[in-house]
Design a protein around this ligand. Structure first.
Ligand SMILES: Nc1nc2c(ncn2[C@@H]2O[C@H](COP(=O)(O)OP(=O)(O)O)[C@@H](O)[C@H]2O)c(=O)[nH]1
Ligand SMILES: [Mg+2]
Length: 439
């Protein structure tokens, strides 16, 4: 029997109300020790009463009792809505602990819901995303995962590979029919081929979904004085980074966030990259190169179309990155308008914003359709695709069903691991540890 757990579900600060959550088979009994009324243990109820410690009243509260399995965790659960004073909620939690509950660990409620099959792993993960979403669009994507729409995208693959497993069984049962083996190999090729295409589209859509969910990192690089900090300020629409005509002004990486068409952009303004004898500036330059390497997109800034040696070094540094080339100071230069030009000093960075959106290449569908978009899910999908490509190649090269079967089983297990149906609790543990207590 799982212990009854307790946690504060609302922030541990003074507010109008606070919610304390309990879950576990003993939870009605434990709460009965300090609630003024009898809790009906046969059905879900809402009650008004007092939390008491012997004869002493602790607070006037509303109590919600959920009879399992009709609760979030699937177990008997209670929520006490009390007044939002830290003195009160701490006293109630102490009473719970004294009467046999223990404090929940981060994500334990969701973990129990998962173990009781109230949620699959994709849904469970989305709760964290829902809470952490920083834009309406990111929240919507998380919500589609929570209601199970994302998990449904996996069903056709699961069905197909399950079917292949049954073909393998037939072959093991009737090894003497060579025609059957040949027919089955053809089926394996047909089905893996179809699923590779489907997974490729899932990965492409998922990568877009991931941008909407998590946002992207963009680093601004260039030699000193081209206007990198001014561009950051213009994009953020605030004076965050110091701007000056003195070369080497920006020494540390300056970070800022802004939202572009619902996408959270983490922007990094870096120290101008040049040969420098200044020790501190040198550290800044090393950090710039590090940010540049980690960024999803790099904005390389120049203030002339006549690139000098320093500019060319920058181009060389970014040659393997997804890069947007920007010519700044259009107010004092006569640039060809075919290029992305900005006048950061005048806050004119519209063409740069458009260039960023073009790079992201999102369409309306990406915002409104579910997608398999967490790093974990995408990693598994890519792995499944690779394994399928191997099976397809092997099948085409005359490898027997016997030998293919081990790979197909691995593929099936990986598919199950997406939703946690393989009951690989280690993966689950890893995911739930990122949760806050009370969820
Ligand atoms: N004329 C003009 N000057 C600019 C523009 N953007 C930046 N500057 C000036 O260029 C100098 C360096 O700007 P800053 O943003 O600090 O460049 P950084 O070293 O690349 O970060 C400052 O004097 C800015 O006022 C622009 O669009 N037009
Ligand atoms: Mg700067």
């Amino acid at each position: 029997m799982l212990e009854t757990i307790v946690a504060l579900a609302t922030p541990p600060i003074r507010s109008a109300l606070a919610i304390i959550r309990f879950s576990g088979e003993n939870c009605f009994e434990i709460v009965s020790h300090f609630f003024s009324k009898q809790i009906n243990i046969t059905k879900s109820t809402i009650m008004h009463g007092f939390v008491v410690d012997g004869d002493a009243k602790i607070d006037e509260v509303v109590l919600l009792a959920y009879k399992g399995p009709r609760s979030f965790t699937g177990e008997d659960s209670v929520e006490i809505i009390c007044h939002g004073s830290p003195v009160i909620f701490n006293q109630i939690i102490e009473l719970a602990l004294k009467n046999g509950a223990r404090l929940a660990t981060g994500g334990e409620y969701t973990s129990r819901a998962f173990m009781n099959n109230k949620l699959d792993l994709i849904q469970a993960e989305s709760i964290n995303d829902l809470i952490n979403a920083e834009t309406k669009e990111a929240k919507n994507i998380a919500l589609m995962s929570l209601d199970g729409s994302t998990s449904k995208l996996i069903s056709p693959i699961k069905e197909d590979i399950g079917y292949l497993l049954s073909l393998i069984e037939v072959n093991i049962d009737y090894p003497e029919y060579e025609d059957l083996e040949e027919a089955n190999i053809e089926k394996i090729k047909e089905i893996t081929n179809k699923n590779i295409k489907y997974i490729t589209s899932l990965i492409a859509n998922g990568s877009k979904g991931r941008i909407i969910r998590d946002g992207i990192n963009i680093a601004i690089v260039g030699k000193p004085n081209v206007g990198k900090s001014s561009i950051l300020n213009a994009l953020l629409n605030e004076d965050k980074a110091i701007v000056s005509s003195y070369k080497g002004t920006t020494r540390d990486v300056v970070e800022g966030k802004f939202v572009l068409n619902g996408i959270l952009i983490n922007l990094y303004d870096t120290a101008g990259i040049r040969e420098s004898n200044d020790y501190v500036e040198g550290i800044g330059i090393t950090k710039s190169i590090d940010k540049l390497n980690k960024a999803d997109i790099v904005i390389a800034v120049f203030d002339s179309m006549d690139l000098d040696e320093e500019d060319k070094k920058i181009l060389d540094l970014v040659k393997n990155k997804d890069v947007i080339i920007v010519y700044n100071k259009s107010d004092i230069n006569d640039y060809n308008s075919d290029y992305i030009v900005t006048s950061a000093i005048n806050k004119d960075v519209e063409s740069l914003k458009q260039a960023i959106l073009k790079k992201l290449n999102l369409n309306n569908e990406n915002y409104i359709n579910p997608s398999i978009s967490s790093t974990r899910e995408l990693g598994i999908l890519k792995n499944i695709k690779e394994m399928m490509v191997k099976v397809l190649n092997d099948a085409s090269n005359g490898v027997s069903i016997d030998l293919l079967s081990a790979d197909i089983k691995d593929i099936y297990l990986s598919i199950l691991s997406l939703t946690g149906e393989d009951h690989d609790f280690d993966i689950a543990k890893e995911i739930f540890s990122r949760f806050c207590v009370g969820k």
